[in-house]
Design a protein around this ligand. Structure first.
Ligand code: IMP
Length: 194
């Protein structure tokens, strides 16, 4: 069976990808290639960071590679934290507290935001294909919900629920990452050698 290397060590993301293509492709992760080490996310766009990881892993392993980069864009902050979402503060709780404090006094209608996920598929020779998924919502005033991770407890969907109030299945049905994976699926099936 053909192999695809997903440039992540995150088990949740790997399980999601296996659910989509696992029947046809053997999906490996960076855990299977420990000598590769960490690839620095130095680009200033989601696509740029995804490409840095996918191209480096495809070149180093000689296999097709897929990489993602994601984050939260808040309109009232000019799109911040964006590609800096993971580095905005040291822990999830501190990231949430900092964002709520930056938005203090900003009314509900001006708290629009979106999660973005860029995926890059790279061939061993360096050809790239990009897909993007987004999830629109707004930043709430107090955290709610026990599921998910990151900014989920303060990300309010049009339904009024936060992402952290959804089950894993409900979230991947509408999340930026789920949408990007589903958008990439035809390219994975078309491009990878049989
Ligand atoms: P990365 O793409 O794994 O580097 O994630 C970037 C950062 O964006 C994460 O550390 C989270 O802070 C945030 N983020 C990305 N996707 C989500 C999500 O689905 N829920 C909550 N936070 C997210």
């Amino acid at each position: 069976m053909n192999e695809l290397v997903f440039a992540t060590t995150n088990r949740g993301k790997l399980v999601e990808l296996e659910g989509l293509v696992g029947a046809r492709l053997s999906v490996r992760s960076l855990k299977d290639f420990p000598s590769l080490g960490e690839i620095a996310e130095t680009a200033d766009t989601f696509e740029g960071n995804a490409a840095l990881k996918a191209v480096a892993v495809a070149a180093a392993t000689g296999r097709w590679a897929l990489a993602d980069d994601s984050g939260l864009e808040v309109d009232a902050l000019g799109g911040r934290p964006g590609v800096w979402s993971a580095r905005y503060a040291p822990t999830d709780a501190e990231r949430i507290a900092k964002l709520l404090s930056e938005l203090e006094g900003v009314p509900a209608e001006a708290r629009s935001a979106r999660f973005v996920c860029a995926l890059c598929l790279a061939s061993p020779a360096g050809a790239t294909v990009f897909r993007r998924g987004t999830c629109e919502g707004r930043i709430g005033v107090t955290p709610r919900g026990e599921h998910g991770f990151g900014y989920d407890p303060i990300f309010v969907l049009p339904s009024g629920h936060t992402l952290a109030e959804l089950t894993h299945e409900q979230k991947s049905g509408l999340s930026h990452r789920g949408q990007a994976f589903r958008a990439m699926q035809p390219a994975l099936e078309r491009l990878l050698p049989r």
